[in-house]
Ligand binder design. Structure first.
Ligand code: SF4
Length: 67
């Protein structure tokens, strides 16, 4: 099982809540929008907590079958 993390760039307002909670997974790009790393460094619980912390509900996390 792997996690698929998606950030809705239109909804992201650069609030950085995700970056503060999971800096090994989320970072802001040059446009101030969050992007998710291809290889997240935090565990699932931390990543889900970071997604929940987004005040604009811009992050979705779902489980996918292992490749
Ligand atoms: S917490 Fe939400 S709005 Fe803030 S940077 Fe992360 S995705 Fe964007």
């Amino acid at each position: 099982m792997t996690l698929e993390i998606q950030v809705d760039r239109d909804s992201c307002r650069g609030a950085r809540a995700c970056v503060r909670r999971a800096p090994g997974t989320f970072s802001l790009d040059g446009h101030g929008k969050s992007t998710a790393a291809a290889e997240p460094l935090e565990d699932e619980g931390t990543i889900r907590a970071a997604a929940t912390a987004c005040p604009f509900f811009a992050i979705s996390v779902r489980e996918t079958a292992a490749r």
